[in-house]
Design a protein around this ligand. Structure first.
Ligand SMILES: Cc1cc2nc3c(=O)[nH]c(=O)nc-3n(C[C@H](O)[C@H](O)[C@H](O)COP(=O)(O)OP(=O)(O)OC[C@H]3O[C@@H](n4cnc5c(N)ncnc54)[C@H](O)[C@@H]3O)c2cc1C
Length: 571
């Protein structure tokens, strides 16, 4: 079979904020850049970010405070070299985005407006109404086009071409007609976003299936801190669709079925603006202890009515629309129903602060980079603060783009790919397409997601995690017996979903395995049997590797410390 081999200096997988920012920088410096994305770029999940992007811009705020809040928010697992770099560069990142054309909301003095977010000492989140992500994404995407980036929309990447410690490209197929091809490059960057779809109740786009993580893991490369999944306090009850933290930032108050403002009990100082892990556990606890609202007592209420119509219509118009669409509740007139929802992936492909992917705790892979939510540069450690992730994607996207330019100039070798490099990926796809078992992907996926929400969610126990480990093992066996009905090559979404599900199975096993090994509670990871943080044994990153049989081996890696010594974390 003849397979086209396309050659570029740089191939980037993913066209969210991280991918677009990196592509723009590399192309602006004169490199030939191709961006592969399974969605139209503007449908990337970055476009769903409502609340904002952090930077210590105002006179009352400082970079050091931003650093401290981020380190504390991370429950001291964040790498302080990367945190320092990101917080120092945050104001410049905002100015850069503005120069590129992004229009931020302004305050009465005409300065960029900033709203308070959970776990932050000062109002720090810059925003464009409640459409911050979309505004930024449209701007950077446009600018990347202007610099000549070659965007290939609706191309699905399903393998990495990796040999002798060097990445030489990726394998992809065109979703329109399933045509396979190789993209051969000096430098490959993954910017494929998060993995929240592993959970039934989640706030993520359907595309957030963590493909790149499993692709990397299948080559024996490590994944870092996968047990840390953030549960956002305010998902729409039942579906998990996000009501942004802007709702609490603007003054939303949480009530249980007894009409109690229960955050007074859990975080007497910060109340609703404690960090996300704290508020999510409080909400879940109220529900588990029978103080939930509604017929099934499965949610609590957030009240925004006191803000009045004008504030809601100017600052939270999209949130109001979402609540009307999904709940039939108008936040101007009544409190709305919410519960915790799987939201963000702190773990991912391990990288250093310049975006070089780690081969193990000591070495790096040549020509391979990652940034954004799929990566773990560990600025968020065990828990991410609201509005730090759009910052991470935009800043590190740009920064890693610049790293690639420097590395290419210094001379990363171009190694020609061979047609046979596509063989493993082609065989995998054909085995799914032609398999004639009796299992169906949607049913298997539902079982995985329900199991993850029930057994590896906000509260975890040894028992629940072992149950889920077993579930995943059985689902992997059943997946061998899967059958897809659409055997054609034209827009075969059945096939795509089956491949995506196989990725979800692999990385979910990392989430569960990491959670079993981490016998402590830290940030978003909460173990009922070990309710406190254990710095002596677990102030370290999980580095996990999968063998050919799917077994996972765990190592640990030191946390990069800095000015801030671990303290007790209270809000
Ligand atoms: C509802 C919601 C609201 C949020 N609000 C905020 C907020 O207000 N502030 C904040 O800081 N953070 C927020 N976040 C988090 C933040 O938006 C994301 O972490 C960040 O935008 C991720 O950017 P990214 O570039 O890494 O990935 P994404 O924007 O998710 O882009 C991923 C890209 O990878 C491509 N891709 C994936 N797999 C493949 C494949 N196999 N082949 C080809 N292409 C592939 C996709 O097509 C897409 O282009 C929010 C998240 C959600 C879900």
């Amino acid at each position: 079979m003849s397979i086209p081999i396309h050659k570029y200096d740089v191939v980037i997988v993913g066209a969210g904020l991280a991918g677009c920012a990196a592509a723009r920088e590399a192309a602006h410096a004169g490199l030939s850049v191709c961006v592969l994305t399974k969605l139209h770029p503007l449908r990337s999940h970055s476009g769903a970010a409502q609340g904002g992007i952090n930077a210590a811009l105002s006179e009352e705020d400082t970079v050091e405070l931003h650093e401290f809040d981020t380190v504390k928010g991370s429950d001291y697992l964040g790498d302080q070299d990367a945190i320092k770099l990101m917080c120092e560069k945050a104001p410049e990142t905002i100015r850069w985005a503005e120069r590129m054309g992004a229009v931020f909301s302004r305050n009465d003095e005409g300065k960029i407006a900033q709203r308070p977010f959970g776990g932050q000492s000062k109002p720090r989140a810059c925003y464009a109404k409640d459409r911050t992500g979309l505004t930024l994404l449209q701007t950077i995407y446009e600018q990347a086009h202007r610099d000549g980036v070659d965007f290939k929309d609706e191309y699905y990447v399903s393998d990495l071409i990796y040999e002798n410690g060097k990445v030489n490209g990726v394998f992809a197929f065109d979703l329109i007609d399933s045509k396979p091809m190789i993209f051969n490059a000096r430098a490959v960057m993954f910017a494929t976003g998060g993995y929240g779809r592993a959970f039934r109740i989640n706030s993520n786009a359907h595309a957030n299936t963590g493909d790149a993580l499993s692709i990397v893991a299948r080559h024996g490369l490590p994944l870092e801190d996968m047990e840390f999944v953030q549960f956002h306090p305010t998902g729409i009850a039942g579906s998990g669709v996000l009501i942004s933290e802007a709702a609490r930032g603007e003054g939303g108050i949480l009530y249980n079925s007894k009409g109690e403002r229960f955050m007074e009990k859990y975080a007497p100082n910060k109340l609703e603006l404690a960090s996300r892990d704290v508020v999510s556990r409080a909400i879940t606890k109220e529900i588990l202890e029978g103080r939930g609202c509604g017929e099934n007592k499965d949610h609590v209420l957030i009240d925004l009515t006191h803000l009045g119509e004008e504030i809601i219509m100017t600052r939270l118009p999209e949130l109001r629309d979402l609540a009307i669409t999904f709940l039939g509740q108008d936040m101007i007139k009544e409190p709305i129903s919410i519960a915790a929802t799987a939201h963000y992936s702190m773990g991912g492909i391990p990288v250093n602060k310049d975006g070089h992917v780690r081969k193990n705790t000591k070495e790096f892979v040549e020509g391979f980079y990652a940034a954004g939510e799929c990566s773990c540069v560990s600025v968020h450690g065990a828990n991410r603060l609201g509005a730090n992730s759009v910052l991470e994607a935009l800043f590190f996207g740009r920064h890693v783009g610049q790293t690639i330019v420097e590395d290419v100039k210094r001379g990363i070798a171009f190694k020609d790919a061979k047609v046979t490099d596509a063989t493993p990926a082609l065989e995998r796809i054909e085995s799914i397409r032609t398999s004639s078992g009796n299992e169906k992907v949607p049913a298997l996926r539902e079982e995985l997601q329900q199991g993850m929400t029930d057994n590896a969610g906000v509260f975890r126990t040894e028992k629940s995690l072992l149950v889920q480990q077993e579930n995943i093992k059985k689902l992997k066996e059943r997946f061998k017996n899967v059958r897809i009905d659409d055997k054609s090559k034209i827009y075969n979404t059945d096939l795509q979903e089956a491949i995506e599900f196989s990725h979800m199975l692999d990385y979910s096993s990392f989430i569960v395995d990491g959670a079993i090994h981490r016998k402590e509670s830290r940030g978003a990871h909460y173990r009922e049997e070990y309710q406190t943080r254990d710095d002596e044994n677990f102030l370290k990153h999980t580095m996990a590797y999968m063998d050919k049989d799917g077994n996972i081996k765990t190592e640990y890696m030191d946390v990069v410390m800095g000015y801030f010594e671990p303290q007790e974390r209270t809000y």
